[in-house]
Write a protein that binds this ligand. Structure first.
Ligand code: XMP
Length: 430
């Protein structure tokens, strides 16, 4: 059942995930572990074919260099060292380029098999989920985002009607987003799906709230409240499905990592609602999650959709949210996405969206003065969302989008293009 495994021990490198990805790209499964893993733990995996000691700039912790347990050298498992001076490994492949070093080590030294692929992964996970859950039930908040959609599809395959999906429409979804979740999951995959129309509730709570942080807090906490109310109505549910992915685990799990992000899982559900977690994607990187979604038969648009913030259009309808501006954001966003897809930019640009500020400007329609809102278009490219550059969108494409927004979106008389890189601007406006 288990694939061959190459273990990367984190000895202070910032390149652990890069190497894990490179090995997985060779078709061999790879996982990152902290430097102080014991020989017993490694032995208990039963499938470790090789160990990579991955040293680097963060190797000094509390004034001392980190070291591995000496018993690891006695396991008889092939080892290679990358930038780890204390290494006692014999394998010396330093003269080769990195990809060749890894290939030679993985296939020739460790004799690992290239048996890591999505089909095997899904088969394995299906069995693991069935073993964990038995005949009990799993609850899942299905937002329609990539991770929750792929988890849902995986759980439907494994346990069918024992999965209860809850989709909360908070009124800040993109155009037709909730409809598409219902169509795919209820109509096509026959999921047990509860749809909650909480539009009025959210918009009511957000009325007159202009502060961006306050808006985000209200949306987040209200979401948990709605989900909690639904969970309490349902009986006999022991598990909570989570779209945790591998970067969430390693960012919060390594001991030498400089930037530690807390692992966002249950997200504030009250203590007395005790669930065991089911996290079938926790070994996957984002692109592997997408490949898994494709293998599970989810639509391309759902699996390859661009990042979308949790608070949705709420942070793109700037200041205090009003229904007219929210509609303007939703409609202009739909037009932008349609035209980007027509121009092939949807495959090229990392993230693109529109925002509507909370002020008006003077304009003219049908020979009469109007005082209306503006739509700002933002299209950026980035690798890790920490910095971003602006996409140089073709002028003709921008003209088509502008003309469509001006003629099709109500209450709008002006369209602007945001030229600001990150930093100093952030990707989102709020
Ligand atoms: P900023 O605006 O910080 O955004 O440059 C960086 C990336 O994160 C996305 N983003 C969010 N994603 N929940 C999310 O899941 C959020 O609250 C959130 N806020 C921003 C943003 O769209 C961009 O891709």
């Amino acid at each position: 059942m288990k694939q061959d495994l190459i273990v990367i021990l984190d000895l202070g490198s910032t390149q652990n995930t890069v190497i894990a990805r490179e090995i997985r790209d060779l078709g061999v499964y790879s996982e990152i572990y902290p430097h102080d893993i014991t020989a017993e733990e490694l032995k208990s995996f039963n499938n470790v074919k090789g160990i990579i000691l991955n040293g680097g700039e963060n190797r000094i912790v509390d004034g001392r260099p980190v070291e591995i347990s000496p018993q690891l050298y006695d396991l008889g498992i092939p080892m290679i060292s990358i930038d780890y001076p204390q290494s006692k490994c014999e394998t010396k492949l330093d003269a080769l380029p990195e990809q060749d070093i890894l290939r030679t080590f993985v296939f020739e030294t460790c004799k690992a098999e290239a048996n890591w692929n999505m089909k095997n992964f899904i088969e394995d996970q299906t069995e693991l989920i069935r073993r964990q859950v038995g005949d009990r039930k799993v609850l899942l908040a299905l937002s329609g985002g990539v991770d929750s959609s792929v988890v849902a599809a995986m759980l439907i395959k494994a346990i069918g009607q024992q999965l209860v999906c809850v989709h909360v429409n908070h009124g800040l979804m993109r155009k037709n987003e909730s409809e598409s979740v219902i169509k795919v999951f209820r109509d096509e995959l026959h999921a047990n799906l509860i749809y909650i129309d909480a539009v009025e509730r959210f918009l009511g709570k957000l009325e007159n709230v202009a502060d961006p942080e306050q808006k985000r807090k209200i949306i987040g906490s209200e979401f948990i409240r709605v989900f909690e109310e639904e969970a309490r109505k349902l009986e006999g549910i022991d598990f909570l499905g989570q779209g945790t992915i591998y970067p969430d685990i390693i960012e919060s799990g390594t001991k030498t990592a400089k930037m530690v992000k807390s692992h966002h899982n249950v997200g504030g559900l009250p203590e007395d609602l005790k669930f065991e977690l089911v996290e079938p994607l926790k070994q996957l990187f984002k692109d592997e999650v997408r490949a898994c979604g494709v293998e599970l038969g989810l639509p391309h648009d759902m699996v390859y959709r661009q990042p979308f913030p949790g608070p949705g259009l709420g942070v793109r309808c700037l200041g205090a949210i009003t229904r007219d501006r929210l509609e303007a954001v939703r409609e202009s966003d739909a037009i932008l996405r349609e035209e980007f897809a027509k121009a092939g930019l949807d495959k090229k640009v990392w993230q693109y969206f529109t925002v509507v500020p909370d002020f008006k400007s003077v304009g003219m329609k049908n020979n009469a003065r109007v005082f209306e809102y503006m739509v700002i278009i933002r299209a950026i490219n980035t690798i890790d969302a920490m910095t971003a550059s602006v996409e140089k969108v073709d002028w003709d494409v921008l003209e088509v989008i502008t003309n469509r927004i001006l003629s099709e979106v109500e209450n709008v008389n002006r369209v602007c293009y945001d030229m600001s890189p990150k930093p100093p601007a952030t990707i989102e406006f709020e």
